[in-house]
Write a protein that binds this ligand. Structure first.
Ligand code: BTN
Length: 325
């Protein structure tokens, strides 16, 4: 860690103002070096106030998030990798998981991604103004049960958003969080399979939340369906708290995943229940009425008088007025 980072860590970990003198002593450098580090941090966008005779303090209005702030909100969790920008936090976690030493629960967080990944091979628009995070998991269950991770995470994200805003969240099967009928968050769970035993080596749970509208708005292809949780930028402290709440809510469910405590909430929050949807199977497009979510997270539908459970793929809401098949 360089001196600038060390000063930032001290400012974040202390809630009271810290004098240049005591920072200099603690970090064993001159007061001038501390002053230079504070100036460098201000240039990077951190809002640091200087209280007369008291010293430096990170403003409660500071907007620029950093890894130390997430570490603090997560009660000194040291397994956090933080990036202003990266390719994809899922890719980051996969790389360290492959190296073999990374601990379960390691979290990568980025303020933007230049190669964000979505479900079904799609890309995920990941500009500044969102939060992109991935968690390394080493579950002892079979690859088929990975759906439960997505289901648990969807409920965890809803609960965390609702704790930190006035929004009411719904879940569009299987992995999208909706507010007022628009997508504010997507979840992508990726697993790596051990070829010889067909067991799960590890799983990566990736969550991307639109916190505020991106500068310039959403791209045309998603503009009608996408929205943000907040109508203006929130402080870094609030962002850190939201991240910590997502992680804590998820691990509460994950630690007893076989109990499926999240399933009732998932079912109750289902955005699609009662709606008519269309989906593609074997190159053919079907239309069906959604009846609900079963206890394994499958989508129960009524299609041409036949009860069917959809367990994979994508469904879209059929615009009202269109003829049902
Ligand atoms: C989807 O809506 O299709 C799923 C989107 C998942 C996006 C998150 S953002 C953090 C993590 N890193 C990625 O590249 N993707 C996931």
């Amino acid at each position: 860690m360089n001196l600038t980072e060390k000063v930032l860590e001290q400012l974040i970990m202390t809630d009271e103002p810290v004098s240049g003198e005591s920072l200099a002593q603690k970090l064993m450098v001159s007061r001038n070096a501390v002053w230079k580090a504070v100036e460098a941090l201000r240039k990077q966008g951190y809002n640091i106030e200087a209280a007369t005779n008291k010293g430096y303090i990170l403003s409660s209005q500071n907007m620029k998030l950093c890894g130390f702030q997430i570490k603090k909100a997560l009660k000194n969790n040291d397994n956090i990798l933080f990036f202003d920008e990266t390719d994809s936090t899922n890719a980051v976690i996969k790389r360290i998981a492959e190296e073999g030493t990374a601990k379960e629960g390691t979290i990568a967080v980025a303020l933007s991604q230049n190669a964000g990944r979505g479900r079904l091979g799609r890309s995920f628009f990941s500009p500044c103004g969102g939060i992109y995070m991935s968690i390394l998991l080493r579950p002892s269950f079979s690859p088929e049960q990975c759906l439960m991770l997505t289901v648990a995470a969807a409920v965890a994200v809803c609960r965390a958003i609702e704790k930190n805003s006035d929004a009411k969240c719904e879940i569009k099967w299987v992995n999208d969080i909706y507010i007022n009928g628009k997508k504010v968050c997507g979840i992508l769970t990726e697993g790596a399979i051990e070829a010889e035993t067909a067991t799960l080596k590890y799983a990566v749970l990736g969550i991307g939340i639109n916190l505020k509208l991106p500068n310039g708005g959403f791209p045309e292809d998603i503009a009608e369906r996408a929205a943000a949780v907040y109508n203006k930028e929130i402080t870094a402290q609030k962002k850190a708290q939201l991240i910590a709440d997502v992680v804590n809510e998820f691990f509460y469910f994950y630690e007893n995943i076989e109990k499926k405590e999240f399933m009732k909430q998932y079912q109750m929050r289902s955005y699609l229940t009662g709606k008519t949807v269309s989906y593609e199977r074997y190159g053919e497009v079907f239309t069906a009425k959604v009846l609900g979510i079963d206890e394994n997270g499958g989508l129960e539908v009524l299609q041409n008088g036949e009860y069917i459970t959809i367990t994979a793929g994508d469904v879209s809401v059929k615009p009202q007025g269109e003829k049902n098949g």
